[in-house]
Design a binder for this molecule. Structure first.
Ligand SMILES: Cc1cc2nc3c(=O)[nH]c(=O)nc-3n(C[C@H](O)[C@H](O)[C@H](O)COP(=O)(O)OP(=O)(O)OC[C@H]3O[C@@H](n4cnc5c(N)ncnc54)[C@H](O)[C@@H]3O)c2cc1C
Length: 584
């Protein structure tokens, strides 16, 4: 019997073994041999593409130690002296049964496909979420059958690289339909054919020609491949599987396998950084599309950047109306799976990856419609929002806006079904009274909707909308407000940029204290004025209820200035003329 020298001998041409072979060759191990007892491997396309060296029809008979740094793998055909041996074969767990009720039918199988030669034009449902399920799916697809893989529970990061790549390839080339998040809850029978019932709304029930369950697999043991105690003691014989104690070096299937072995047996190899599980998940477009389809219920119809970090966007729900009372807010959401515009890393992302992050957003309003008339949002089937990108800081990794930053018209989004909020014009019952709307940044949003509402209803008292921003460029609606002022002499827009050299730095508090509002016909008297405050809580400056009355924050806020002039906070059960909406 001839004997050959190898770096790595892999027993079994399944996904895990093929993955390790490919990655070892790429890392620079020249002599890698796969031993496969059958006459085919799971993913034949990998063989040619990677020039894999495979001994088909070979069975391992023993693995023995030959000194401290070599083992001898003996098969029915040859002997291999090798620096490392990986047993990558796996077998069905003896106690494994399909986890759902199955009506007995000779078209339902575990791990095997029957009458492969005749399945062309057949519909086959594969149920499973592991490498093994991908192997079965690939085998079925290769026969020309139409195959659906119900892979509910699949975590693509747990697949081997070969399994992961092949799955995406099958999907890309439309050779298989992958339902990443669906799993049948029963296999029944209709007219002699298996019927798969799904209890989630994503997937219609499927009648198919065959159902194949992919069983859970287990790692082989040393005695299954004739590995002696001496061979095991060298630490050069590995098994693909879940770690099972110290005596047998096992390695989890997938991405870690090759790395574990390389680190232990081939110190000369330079192993690059492990791809993050997030990166791997995000490559998996099928999963992303399913998650979006499952969670999103609206489309972004308009996305207009005022500048790169400040956007006016409109969102149209798939179903349901968009009625709201000016001043109210809605909820927008995007999945944690969406990419971020910045490099920040969300804490605990892996655990939350398939969830939604939701935030509240005041509903803004166009100022004019396409014909140049005062906008009437009641007639529209979309909602307008005015949103700024929040940058990450040492203490906070913002979750929603860095994801929203990458969205464009046509992209899908989550819109909460309920519009809500008590920050409305309900207290303004005199059309000749003064309404003062004070905001910071995007806190202007509800005030746009409120100002339009007042003007549409013929409010003729003074309406002042003042907004504190850093720069002129941070004023997304400026031009429209100027036109509005031209048309409605009782309307005044007062932008207060704090970081521009052409205007002195003034905050909202300064505007009130300077009595400049009288210029716009506002005397700031509690009997004739309602004041609305929206945005940064520091500008608002809400007091706390102390033992000796109200205790205001150290930094002077607007509520303190107004309270000292006799205004009263409007709170639940306590009507007042100071109304507020804090953004954080
Ligand atoms: C009722 C309500 C209505 C809101 N309406 C709007 C709106 O119309 N437009 C809007 O841009 N935001 C609005 N917000 C804030 C919004 O809900 C999010 O908090 C914000 O978009 C940041 O989300 P994030 O996940 O990216 O960051 P998060 O992790 O939630 O970061 C929160 C931090 O970001 C900062 N921050 C939050 N909002 C702003 C803001 N608007 N401007 C500057 N810094 C901010 C604060 O430091 C805050 O502590 C509203 C909040 C509430 C409660």
């Amino acid at each position: 019997m001839s004997s050959h020298d190898y770096d790595l001998v892999i027993v079994g041409g399944l996904a895990g073994g093929l993955s390790v072979a490919v990655s070892s060759l790429r890392q620079g191990l020249p002599l890698v041999r796969i031993i496969e007892e059958h006459h085919h491997v799971s993913f034949p396309e990998l063989v040619g593409e990677n020039e894999l060296d495979i001994g088909y029809g070979e069975c391992v008979e023993s693995i023995e130690a030959v000194g401290p740094d070599r083992v001898l793998v003996r098969t029915n055909k040859q002997e291999y002296r090798t620096r490392c041996c990986l047993v990558a074969d796996r077998r069905r767990r003896p106690d494994w049964e399909p986890p759902i009720p199955v009506t007995e039918n000779d078209r339902v199988h575990i791990d095997e496909i029957v009458e492969l030669d005749h399945v062309v034009d057949h519909d086959v449902l594969v149920v499973g979420y592991t490498d093994h399920a991908v192997e079965i799916t690939a085998t079925v697809a290769a026969t020309g059958a139409r195959v659906v893989l119900a892979a509910g529970g699949m975590d693509p990061t747990r697949l081997s690289p070969a399994g992961d790549n092949l799955l995406r390839r099958l999907e890309r080339e439309r050779r298989a339909t992958i339902l990443y998040r669906s799993v049948p809850d029963q296999i029944g029978e209709v007219d002699g054919y298996p019927m798969a019932y799904f209890n989630d709304r994503r997937t219609p029930d499927l009648q198919v020609d065959q159902v194949v369950f992919s069983s859970l697999r287990e790692t082989l043991l040393p005695e299954d491949v004739g590995a002696t105690d001496e061979a095991m003691a060298t630490g050069l014989v590995w098994f693909v599987g879940e770690p099972e104690g110290d005596c047998v070096p096992t390695t989890t299937p997938g991405w870690r396998a090759g790395r574990d072995i390389a680190a232990a047996c081939f110190p000369e190899l330079e192993v690059g950084p492990e791809p993050s599980s997030l990166h791997r998940r995000q490559r998996n477009t099928g999963v992303l599309e399913e998650l979006r389809e499952e969670h999103y219920n609206a489309v972004i119809t308009h996305f207009e950047p005022t500048h790169s970090d400040l956007w006016v966007l409109r969102v149209k729900p798939d179903q349901g109306g968009t009625s709201f009372v000016p001043g109210q807010y809605a909820t927008l959401g995007l999945g944690f799976w969406e990419p971020r515009v910045d490099d920040a890393v969300d804490p605990n992302l892996d655990a939350r990856w398939d969830r939604l992050v939701r935030r509240s957003y005041s509903i803004s309003s166009r100022i004019f419609d396409d014909q140049g008339y005062l906008a009437d949002e009641a007639g529209l089937d979309e909602l307008e929002f005015y949103i700024v990108l929040v940058p990450p800081t040492e203490d906070n990794v913002p979750e929603l806006t860095p994801r929203l930053a990458l969205k464009r018209p046509g992209d899908r989004i989550y819109l909460g079904p309920k519009v809500t909020g008590r920050y409305t014009l309900a207290a303004v019952d005199d059309p000749s009274s003064a309404v003062v709307l004070l905001s910071t940044g995007t806190g202007e949003a509800p005030h746009n909707a409120m100002a339009i509402e007042l003007l549409r209803k013929g409010h003729h008292g003074p309406i002042v909308s003042a907004v504190s921003v850093r720069q002129w460029a941070d004023l997304g609606y400026m031009e429209a407000h100027r036109t509005l002022e031209d048309r409605y002499p009782n309307y005044h827009y007062v932008p207060l940029p704090t970081r521009e050299s052409d205007v002195p730095k003034r905050y909202i508090q300064d505007l009130l204290q300077s009595d400049e509002l009288t210029r716009f016909g506002v005397t700031l008297h509690p009997d004739t004025t309602n004041v609305y405050l929206c945005g940064n809580p520091a500008m608002i400056g809400l007091p706390e209820e102390g033992e000796d009355g109200l205790e205001f924050p150290e930094t002077l806020g607007v509520v303190q200035i107004l309270t000292e002039r006799g205004f009263v906070l409007n709170r639940r059960g306590q009507p007042g003329n100071i109304h507020y909406e804090e953004y954080w």
